[in-house]
Design a protein around this ligand. Structure first.
Ligand code: NAD
Ligand code: WQD
Length: 379
């Protein structure tokens, strides 16, 4: 299981994008593990309320979270953060992730995801911080010829978003060749779903959700009328697409295990691990599991296939199990239980209400000891 519980109280981890969905769950895990956690996020797709709740959930360790509202594209501001802290490693989540938007705005995606990462890597290098865990994605397998996907499958980007992941993976491989002091773990997540079991933090997408479970959740709370099921004629058990859904809590412990591996393996080089469960679930199976958890019917409409979608994708998990000592613990029942717990307690995500249909600014409950600063203050 997870290599937690080691004494690393003195270690300080920079978490980029730590206010976001996966970042907030991972930051909480790292605080509970005993790390000091410094988050930089520009709140492009997140808000301060998520961080307040992370502090609350971390209990006495909440005081070890420090936050800077900084954009990775602002190199001076990132440098100021490095000038103020000694980082033992970086977990790099910050990035834009909407596939459709990346097709419409490729330059935005290359600038934000690739340039932002280049800024970070240059500054890490100049401060001698050469340990990185990077959020890659199963999207780099493109349309895999077979399943399960092993880490050595050929790589292929299907859209600009996927290409940014592939570019950064290649940059890390080149960097390690040029400077073997770098230790990098590239984590290829499959389909993250679910929320913290407390129901206090979870996924809060802006606008119309692109992904299956956030959409299902919004139908369940009455924000959308029905779910469109994209394709029922795939060569799968029930004709709908099959994916490897993984509980966000398992992803969080996967990062904890990856960091431990980085610290304890001088010759790790630049190594890739899939983070998935190894099990495929169809759209209809996932909806049925959610209906059971929420005790309600989700209205469905069968539509045409979504362009670019594969029929079936799931992970080979042996490498992560063997080398990271990590294995996903939760099945779709727990994923749907926790997704519904979050949704029912926070029907409008971190926003208090959405009564007039307008986006309102997230409000901070306050009262917790969250040290918030901006990049300038770090000088
Ligand atoms: P998210 O949007 O919830 O979190 C990303 C965070 O990064 C947000 O808080 C956003 O404000 C911040 N951010 C974006 N650009 C930034 C910048 N230039 N400077 C500072 N902060 C910036 O997304 P997530 O689902 O938590 O995903 C985290 C990472 O994992 C992303 O890199 C994503 O591509 C990757 N990933 C996500 C999935 C998924 O389905 N959620 C799957 C595979 C990989
Ligand atoms: C899952 C299944 C859809 C929505 C995407 C990105 C990938 C990665 C994870 C970041 C598919 C079906 C969906 C809906 C539906 N993200 N579906 N109705 O496409 O596997 O992967 O998120 O790296 O890069 O491409 O996830 O949740 O969009 O779809 O029927 O409204 O649900 O067709 O079969 P996907 P998804």
């Amino acid at each position: 299981m997870v290599a937690n519980g080691q004494p690393h109280l003195e270690q300080c981890i920079l978490v980029t994008g730590g206010a976001g969905y996966i970042g907030s769950h991972t930051a909480l895990q790292l605080l509970l593990d005993g790390y000091t956690v410094v988050i930089v996020d520009n709140f492009d797709n997140s808000c301060e309320e998520a961080l307040q709740r992370v502090v609350e959930l971390a209990g006495k360790n909440g005081k070890n979270l420090i936050f800077y509202q900084v954009d990775l594209c602002n190199k001076d501001a990132v440098e100021n953060v490095f000038a103020s802290h000694h980082f033992d490693a970086v977990v790099h989540f910050a990035g834009l992730k909407a596939v459709g938007e990346s097709v419409a705005k490729p330059l935005l995606y290359y600038l934000n995801n690739v340039n932002g990462t280049l800024n970070l890597l240059e500054i890490m290098s100049s401060y001698g911080c050469k340990k990185l865990v990077f959020s890659s994605s199963a999207t780099v397998y493109g349309q895999p010829k077979s399943v399960p996907c092993t880490e050595d499958f050929p790589l292929q980007a299907m859209n600009p978003y996927g290409r940014t992941k592939l570019f950064v993976e290649d940059i890390m491989r080149d960097l390690h060749k040029a400077d073997p002091e770098w230790r990098t773990i590239l984590l290829r997540y499959f389909n993250p779903v679910g929320a913290h079991p407390s129901g206090r933090i979870g996924e809060d997408p802006r606008g119309i959700p692109n992904n299956l479970m956030p959409y299902v959740q919004q139908v369940a709370v009455g924000r959308r009328s029905e779910l469109s099921v994209f394709g029922s004629d795939y060569n799968t058990r029930d004709g709908t697409g099959v994916r490897d859904y993984i509980h966000v809590q398992d992803l969080a412990t996967g990062h904890s295990a990856a960091l431990f591996k980085l610290f304890t393996t001088p010759n790790i080089g630049c190594t890739v691990y899939n983070l998935g469960t190894g099990k495929g679930t169809s759209v209809l199976e996932m909806v049925a599991a959610f209906e059971k958890a929420a005790q309600m019917k989700i209205p469905l409409r069968i539509m045409d296939r979504r362009p670019g979608d594969c029929s079936e994708v799931y992970a080979a998990t042996e490498k992560a199990e063997k080398e990271l000592g990590w294995k996903a613990q939760n099945g779709i029942e727990e994923m749907c239980r926790d997704q519904w717990n979050w949704a029912s307690k926070n029907p409008f995500g971190y926003q208090p209400s959405h009564a007039d249909g307008k986006e309102s600014k997230p409000v901070c409950n306050g009262g917790h000891d969250l040290k918030i600063s901006n990049g300038a203050a770090a000088t």
